[in-house]
Design a protein around this ligand. Structure first.
Ligand code: PLP
Length: 387
């Protein structure tokens, strides 16, 4: 079958799936619940900014759903990652191990605390941080000093944390990653920006590491317009997180007293109101997204394109459906045909170590799987369908 025929079949399939002859986006939000009512409540109350009942309510809803001990709402997912890295004690010149195959915000947050991303490869099964690649680097190229800190042999820099990312909502191999991190005294921060509603062995992603960050950007499974959440394993860290994200202001009826340099990162009540309404629909959205994923999976079964299915022992939210094309040329052809035909598809991100500002950041080892995937992965329209 020629690539053009493949592309035509894909476009027809997607048009049938979405029952849409006009433009089909990659991922559109759905507001069919109490969104307008809750947002209007905030307008009526005048509490539209960082103080208000919906922010606390939204944090409570996320905690209840994920079973996380602590949750701190932030202005976006990048701010949540920055806060998590700060709480983890990552400091200037530390190395933080992450994957090159991720959205740029993962590396930007590492940079924001003055640390340096150190890239390891991903697994083809999970699209996330590869435990074998991670362990090889840590066993061969680092040692624990007398204080128990993990030190990179070549540069002498401290390796403080690992930051795995659950790509497109597919959970990483968390058991293995946590075990390796423990052995080398590393903090674990999960970039769960894309994985609200994804579970690893029955437990929600973002509750395995010491900290995690979720995003509620307009393109995510639920949205607050712009927003994020830090998940913590203790109430003490939740308290610290809330303090640092609210300009480190100490409680006082009228005085302005701030006891450290803080961030102005608290999610606004207006945005949290949207989030509360969206959370009420999460199960419905997840159901639809799994049905869409199942339809894609069946469609691609007898083709040269491999549908990216959820990893073993996982339940993915299928935030963005993806296929692995046979080669770079066939992906390019698919991209051009679908986008020219008003059906939005996208290639996976450029590898972070290939972006100019991170070109000098170290790679722990070769990145063959990341390179293979970066030339072949393609995202398909994935919006939920809710009548
Ligand atoms: C993997 C990943 N990390 C971090 C972010 C940052 O989230 P935000 O856009 O809310 O800052 C995003 C999404 O945008 C993401 O996909």
């Amino acid at each position: 079958m020629s690539n053009v025929v493949d592309s035509q079949r894909v476009v027809s399939f997607i048009r049938d799936l979405y029952k849409e002859q006009d433009f089909i986006p990659l991922h559109a939000p759905i507001f069919k619940g109490n969104e307008a009512q809750y947002v209007n409540d905030t307008l009526a109350s005048t509490f539209v900014s960082s103080v208000g009942a919906y922010v606390d309510k939204f944090e409570g809803a996320i905690k209840k759903y994920t079973n996380a001990k602590g949750a701190v709402a932030t202005v976006n997912g990048t701010a949540a990652l920055h806060t998590a890295l700060h709480l983890a004690g990552v400091s200037s010149s530390d190395y933080v191990i992450t994957q090159a195959l991720t959205f740029v915000a993962t590396a930007n947050a590492i940079n924001q605390v003055g640390a340096i991303p150190l890239f390891v490869d991903v697994c083809e099964q999970t699209l996330g941080l590869c435990p074998i690649s991670l362990e090889t680097y840590l066993d061969e190229d680092t040692f624990l000093n007398e204080g128990g800190e993990c030190i990179d042999k070549k540069s002498g820099k401290r390796v403080k944390a690992i930051l795995p990312m659950h790509t497109f909502g597919h959970p990483c191999d968390l058991d293995a990653l946590i075990m390796i991190a423990k052995k080398h005294n590393l903090v674990v921060i999960e970039d769960a920006a894309e994985s609200l509603g994804s579970f690893y062995k029955g437990r929600h992603t973002g509750t395995f590491g010491d900290y995690a960050a979720i995003s509620f950007n307009g393109n995510k499974i639920i949205t607050t317009g712009s927003g994020g959440m830090v998940l913590t394993r203790s109430l003490e860290d939740e308290k610290k997180g809330r303090h640092i994200t609210t300009t480190a202001k100490t409680p006082h009826p009228y005085e302005y007293v701030h006891d450290q340099v803080g961030f102005n990162y608290r999610l606004a009540n207006l945005n949290a109101a949207l989030g509360c309404a969206q959370m009420e629909k999460l199960e419905l959205l997840l159901k639809s997204k799994r049905e869409i994923a199942s339809a894609y999976k069946h469609f691609f079964v007898d083709t040269d394109y491999q549908f990216v299915a959820e990893p073993k022992n996982c339940r993915s939210n299928y935030w963005l459906n993806a296929i692995i094309c046979p080669d770079e040329k066939s992906r390019q052809q698919m991209l051009e045909f679908t986008n020219n035909g008003n059906v939005m598809t996208r290639p996976v991100w450029t590898l972070i170590n290939e972006l100019p500002m991170y070109a000098d950041a170290p790679c722990a080892n070769d990145l063959p799987i990341s390179q293979f995937l970066s030339k072949r992965l393609l995202n398909l329209p994935s919006s939920a369908i809710v009548e």
